[in-house]
Ligand binder design. Structure first.
Ligand code: SAH
Ligand code: SF4
Ligand code: F3S
Length: 470
């Protein structure tokens, strides 16, 4: 399917580009959600720029506004509905084309709501039809009839789409789409479909090109990166061999050999699939950062069971122990949900206990949000909002206390920092990150951007450190 399909897309991109000739049209894009969505948006930007649209941050001057949506929590959905109200006036003033894509569009009830309450939306496209955006857009430009282009079945992985990346030093590379895990709180498997791994050759070629373009840091993306090619291995499905890559660990080792790339990160692995070969690859590969994101979600074994996470509190702690023993300078970050249905105060204390024991570098904390269609939504014993908030604040206090202590330990140390650009908050300073993903700001000239430098940390602040070149 992919080959023919992509040619059709390229043809339609050319047709739109021709319609746009000498018109100087502009586009705006608003992305919600995770890094996978950000990466999809980079592909949408690539396609729009091929079609002669230029990017603008100013919605009022855009001829085309694209929303790439997320539905992982209720507040992500609210954000879209608020923004849609805001763009109505642009539609009325200058007939701006409004397109909505992404995860939220894979939910029937949302698509129905948009069709009813926001009739001025021109294109609705899903996660499996992102590559067809040029065709949808061409149709709209020829004939202003609303298009709904959402597929329920898992789309194939499409290679060869143009891409305009957000950054010149760091690049994201999606290695797989979808998720097979069905954690009971989570909507992602319903809106992103089953796991599909990209071919090793396609991934390595993309990273080779990035290295030649001067990119220094690669983040491998997937809902469950360490089950890369697992479906193929378990079911004896043949896939094209390349450089001996047949698993996540061997993929890390192959990328580690690519000249020019200096750092490799990945999100998110699942603790249940964190096999020894992955631990060994992290230890052996000098470019793989020693910060590992290891989503915990909850610390209590019974809650973990209700969440369908497939590990116990002890198994998680044992895995952390094993990793700490084997990987020198390991740091860990995690995701935690508070207030899952049935979570008692005692259960929540298990979460606090794990946080105390592991001493994470960073914790992304979420309040449980009921998602329609998930088992969690149908569970009894939903937790009242004020209790969820109380627990959230308690966890936040613990985490911030731990981070404050850890920040102090950075002062006086020498850190390898990849300089990413000028600091967004202070244009006089440069900004970079440590291996452990801590932001460090420093005085320095633009020539340092893209370089890995040794910095002495001279002071600490809650969300960043200050460094000096030694
Ligand atoms: N695949 C990744 C991340 C998926 S979504 C993983 O398994 O870790 C990112 C995070 O959002 C999750 O790790 C989880 O902590 C949070 N999340 C997912 N569904 C949620 C819900 N219904 N309510 C609150 N947080 C949720
Ligand atoms: Fe959601 Fe669980 Fe899949 Fe992550 S592993 S995307 S939390 S179902
Ligand atoms: Fe959101 Fe979709 Fe990512 S639901 S978190 S944008 S996979």
């Amino acid at each position: 399917m992919t080959k023919v399909d992509i040619n059709k897309q390229l043809e339609d991109m050319q047709k739109v580009a021709k319609l746009n000739e000498n018109k100087n049209p502009k586009y705006s894009i608003l992305t919600m959600g995770c890094q996978l969505n950000e990466n999809d948006s980079e592909k949408l930007c690539g396609m729009m720029e091929k079609m002669n649209y230029k990017k603008t941050e100013n919605l009022s001057e855009a001829n085309l506004i694209v929303f790439n949506t997320c539905c992982v929590r209720e507040n992500a959905e609210d954000k879209l509905l608020g923004k849609l109200g805001e763009v109505k006036k642009y539609k009325e003033e200058k007939d701006t084309i409004i397109a909505i894509g992404g995860c939220m569009m894979q939910e029937n009830h949302i698509v129905e709501k948009i069709k009813q309450s926001y009739p001025y939306v021109d294109i609705i496209f899903g996660t499996h039809t992102l590559h067809q955006f040029p065709t949808d857009l061409y149709k709209i430009l020829c004939n202003r009839k609303r298009i709904e282009d959402v597929l329920d079945i898992d789309g194939e992985i499409i290679e060869g789409l143009p891409i305009t990346r957000n950054d010149k030093i760091k690049a994201s590379v999606t290695i797989m789409n979808g998720c097979n895990n069905f954690c009971s709180y989570c909507i992602v498997p319903y809106v992103r479909g089953r796991e599909r791994s990209r071919k090793p050759k396609d991934i390595l070629q993309e990273i080779n090109i990035l290295a030649k373009q001067g990119y220094k840091e690669i983040t491998l993306l997937g809902q469950n990166v360490n089950s890369y090619l697992k479906t193929e291995r378990e079911n004896n499905i043949e896939f094209e061999q390349y450089n001996g890559v047949n698993s996540f660990a061997s993929l890390l080792r192959a990328i580690n050999k690519i000249d020019g790339i200096e750092r490799i990160r990945f999100v998110s692995p699942h603790p249940k699939d964190f096999t020894d070969d992955v631990i060994e690859a992290i230890k052996d590969c000098s470019k793989v950062c020693k910060l590992v994101h290891l989503p915990l979600q909850a610390g209590n074994t019974n809650i973990l069971k209700m969440m369908n996470r497939k590990y116990t509190k002890e198994q998680y702690l044992n895995l952390v122990e094993k990793m700490k023993l084997q990987i020198p300078n390991l740091t860990l970050s995690t995701d935690i949900i508070v207030g899952f249905p049935g979570e008692t105060e005692k259960d929540f204390e298990d979460t606090l206990d794990v946080v105390k024991k592991v001493d994470f570098e960073q914790v992304y904390m979420f309040i449980y949000s009921r998602r329609k269609g998930t088992p969690g939504d149908k569970m009894e014993n939903q937790i009242p909002e004020e209790i969820k908030h109380k627990r959230f604040n308690k966890l936040k206090e613990l985490v911030e206390g731990q981070i404050a202590i850890k920040n102090k330990k950075y002062v006086g140390t020498i850190q390898k920092v990849l300089i990413e650009g000028r600091s967004k908050n202070n244009n006089n300073m440069l900004s970079g990150r440590t291996d452990s993903n801590k932001v460090v700001i420093l005085e320095g000239r633009n020539e340092l951007i893209g370089k890995m430098v040794d910095l002495k940390i001279v002071s600490e602040h809650m969300w960043y450190l200050k460094g000096e070149i030694i």
